[in-house]
Design a protein around this ligand. Structure first.
Ligand code: ZN
Length: 218
């Protein structure tokens, strides 16, 4: 079982499913040679993928191209199905910064074969999470900067306002296709600048006014 860490709160929420959004920043879709989607492109990770900031990411031996993707993560606080704007907004109770670690070589292979990406996205330590900030403590404006450094050098930097689908739009769409529950997380997609990391690399990343996280590749 994995539980959230919430800033300024003793409350712990058991983490459920991780719904991840692909291609939610136009510049990132372009850098991977993908079309800009007309509706959110979704895949899942499991709670067993999660490690907390400060813990290492273990580089799987079955890949030679481990990529970082820094993302805004939404924490869902209630059961929600077919959400309207108001319900979608209310159901998002907190925010974190997360890494969606991806085996790009396997993803490209599976994509070209027309097979699911599961094993490119789901492996132990493939999701790194900061603590959550409750919406009651900070109201997201989407003007916040999102960034990621490798070994102290800037590698990803964008604004949350560059997301194609906003947090509310994502919750509306996802909940029209599957029920969301308390403890579910939504990884909202990564900006451009994704790149390969190797054992020993140190990653630091953050979202302005929300949180920072750090990890090392082992
Ligand atoms: Zn991602």
């Amino acid at each position: 079982m994995k539980y959230t860490h919430i800033k300024n709160s003793d409350k712990k929420i058991q983490i459920g499913k991780l719904v991840c959004v692909g291609r939610n920043y136009a510049a990132h879709a372009k850098e991977l040679g993908n079309e800009i989607p007309s509706e959110p492109m979704l895949f899942l990770k499991t709670a067993t993928c999660i490690v907390d900031s400060g813990q290492p990411v273990f580089h799987p031996e079955w890949s030679d191209n481990l990529h970082h993707e820094v993302e805004l993560v939404l924490l869902i606080g209630e059961t929600v199905k077919n959400a309207d704007d108001e319900t979608a907004e209310r159901s998002i109770i907190g925010y974190a910064v997360g890494l969606d670690m991806t085996l790009r070589d396997l993803q490209n292979k599976f994509r070209s074969e027309g097979n699911p990406w599961t094993l490119a996205k789901v492996f132990d330590t493939s999701a790194v999470l900061s603590e959550f900030v409750l919406k009651s403590d900070y109201r997201l404006t989407l003007n916040e900067k999102i960034w990621l450094n490798i070994n102290g050098k800037k590698q990803q930097e964008s604004l949350l306002s560059n997301m194609i689908f906003s947090p509310v739009e994502l919750v509306k769409f996802i909940s029209s296709r599957m029920t969301l529950e308390e403890g579910d997380l939504i990884f909202t997609g990564t900006p451009d600048g994704v790149s390969k990391v190797i054992r020993g690399d140190r990653i630091e990343s953050g979202i302005e006014n929300i949180a920072t996280l750090s990890t090392q590749i082992r």
